[in-house]
Design a protein around this ligand. Sequence first.
Ligand code: PLP
Length: 252
Amino acid sequence: MTEKSYKERLDILSENLPRIMSEVKEYGKGKAKLLAATKTVPVEVINYAIDHLGLTCIGENRVQELLEKYDALHKDGLEIHFIGRLQTNKVKYIIDKVSLIHSVDSEKLAREINRQAEKHGIVMDVLVEVNVGREESKGGIYPEELSAFLDILAAYPHIRTVGLMAIPPVDATKEETVNYFQQTYQILVDILQKKLHNIDRYVLSMGMSDTYKEALVCGATVVRVGSALFGKRIYPQKEEQASSALHKTIEK
Ligand SMILES: *Cc1c(COP(=O)(O)O)cnc(C)c1O
């Protein structure tokens, strides 16, 4: 990372983080939490946000990237969540590093989380990802299958299901997105009423950079915000690929 890009990143962040924090407080009525989605964000930038701007919760969505950053992260008072697709064979790497896994959507994954949590003598908090937009390409449990899935999870003693997570379709309009948020909230309320399982203080994780205010209004307790905090994501590999593709085009 060059000097300049580092300073630019801090400037962007110093402007965005305090504003978004206060919006989360306002729209979330003081009960919601801002999770910074930190994929592609250098650990120095994350640490700056922790040390100087009051950031207390981050979410990574790739195991490899979390492991690369983990040792250098300023972890005092920091909550680290896992928010992405989680492969069963990678649970062992993160089980002792995160306090909440947002994206449980199969019994196979649940079984492995339970197994690893037992090894470490802990109970792992998880959210069930709901596929509220019924997208075939996406993970998550369909709403009508949620009740049965929660029963399955309840049988694992080293897992505690504390709520739901949802990612509405990316191509949805604002209005449709709000509709999905409302549906997700209603699904959660229904579950809380029908079967309290072990949900005492529930978590509802929904809303990203373009939609966090709406999500908060609809009852989100955690919003996962990335680019609105850190600026547009820089994917080094993709840039390289793009430039080599460009070179090939030029060579022709
Ligand atoms: C990257 C990511 C976010 C944040 O996305 P932005 O649009 O940059 O706010 C939220 N949730 C998940 C699961 C993510 O991977």
